[in-house]
Design a binder for this molecule. Structure first.
Ligand code: PXL
Length: 275
């Protein structure tokens, strides 16, 4: 059985990070090991959340795992709580990266043109260092602009996205994916594999609402599909369809904006990737 380790926070309420990654990756028939980076009462879009930072626990877990000889088919990081935590996760990559596995980084730090609460430019600079160590990075448009020092725009053409993707792979990862892209009336996810200089675009219908947590749903399904041996373009399509089905299941739910999408109702779609 394949095994992924995912390194991100536990938000106790508000579907994102580990509470999303665990069920999605498990539904694809992959063992999901976790390193919780922090425990928050909710994700940071709610005010007055409380956060217990677990940075100091990460090297202790890594040491025990190294002693036991545990290995992983993929190492997947999401929301990290501080620049110091990024340094610790860089060390984790050095310890667990092998010739046979890959590092998948979702540089979760911003959306809709704005950084998440508590993050600033120095955090984005640090995130660039983490991305340089990855094989695949999956920012949204806002994060892609922050990582590449590109002006964030609401209107742009396909060249703007393909240039962004190229600049992202110049940071170090050989593959990059940008979620939430749109141009010429088309909406979707664009990916780029710099090894064979190949772009692909997964297009879907326009979605008029903003739903939080869709980035984490996408990344979890995408890293699962890649781990099961699908190509980048196939994995993007599998994950894109899953996000779309999750959003469709959420449309009538007024609570969804902050609570996250009803991906649970779309989970049966992933059973066919359980090899
Ligand atoms: O990736 C979304 C996310 C994950 N975890 C926490 C967050 C957010 C988005 O705001 O606050 C704690």
């Amino acid at each position: 059985m394949k095994r992924i380790v995912t390194v991100q926070d536990i938000s106790c309420l508000g579907k994102c990070s580990l509470t999303v990654a665990l069920p999605i990756i498990s539904a694809m028939g992959i063992e999901t090991s976790i390193i919780p980076t922090a425990v928050l009462s909710t994700h940071t879009l709610w005010e007055h959340y409380v956060c217990d930072d677990l940075t100091d626990n990460i090297p202790l877990v890594a040491k025990h795992w190294k002693n036991e000889g545990f290995g992983f088919d993929a190492i997947y990081t999401g929301y990290l709580a501080s620049s110091k935590q990024i340094d610790v996760v860089c060390k984790l990559f050095d310890e667990f990266k092998t010739e046979n596995n890959f590092i998948f980084v979702d540089p979760a730090m911003a959306d809709n043109g704005e950084m998440y609460r508590n993050f600033d430019k120095s955090f984005a600079d640090k995130m660039r260092v983490l991305c340089a160590k990855a094989d695949i990075i999956v920012p949204n448009m806002t994060e892609a602009c922050l990582l590449t020092d590109t002006e964030y725009k609401n209107e742009y053409d396909d060249k703007y996205i393909s240039d962004l993707l190229k600049k992202l792979t110049d940071l170090g990862a050989s593959k990059a994916v940008i979620t939430g892209a749109h141009y010429d009336g088309k909406y979707g996810i664009m990916s780029y594999d710099s090894v064979n200089d190949e772009y692909s675009f997964y297009a879907h219908q326009k979605i008029d609402h903003i739903f939080y947590g869709t980035g984490d749903v996408f990344s979890s399904a995408c890293v699962g599909a890649l781990t099961q041996g699908y190509s980048l373009a196939e994995a993007v399509e599998i994950a894109g369809e899953f996000v779309f089905a999750s959003i469709s299941a959420t449309m009538k739910d007024k609570d969804a904006r902050l609570y996250g999408v009803n991906f649970e109702q779309a989970l049966p779609l992933l059973a066919k990737y359980n090899k």
